[in-house]
Design a protein around this ligand. Sequence first.
Ligand code: SME
Length: 159
Amino acid sequence: MISLPDRRRGALDAIDRAVNAERTAGAVLDRTVELLAETFEHYTWVGVYLVDGDDLVLGPWRGPEATEHVRIPVGQGICGAAAASGETEIVDDVNADSRYLACFPSTRSEIVVPILAPARPHAVLGEIDIDSARPAAFDAGDRAFLERVARMVATRLPG
Ligand code: SME
């Protein structure tokens, strides 16, 4: 059984390789969501949204089902709140959060981590959105890890 810190270290190494080796930003994001979804059992659905004007548009994702929320106005939902503030959102119980836009009946908790422009720290380029079928699945360790992942992929996004 590989420990969670070891899984995180392995994923960071693999994402670093993808950031350096993949030919396009889209391929970097696709590989990143794939690695996150396959490495962490509590990451049930993993997607990246990219900012397009005043909206978030769904990019690559992995999970058991497609979401109907392929375009979310900045400011709406948990995704839109994180994009508006530039701050990570962790929701332990999505059914108790009035902002929540429901995607999957199985989702119990969610984390949304903004991808900030490296040279313009207040500019949000996109975000990593992860749903879990486990209540309160995300802690400070997930947050620190995913904020690091966001900083890594941000280096390959136009911005
Ligand atoms: N639940 C999100 C919408 C995106 S789906 O989780 C994929 C929200 O409240 O913004």
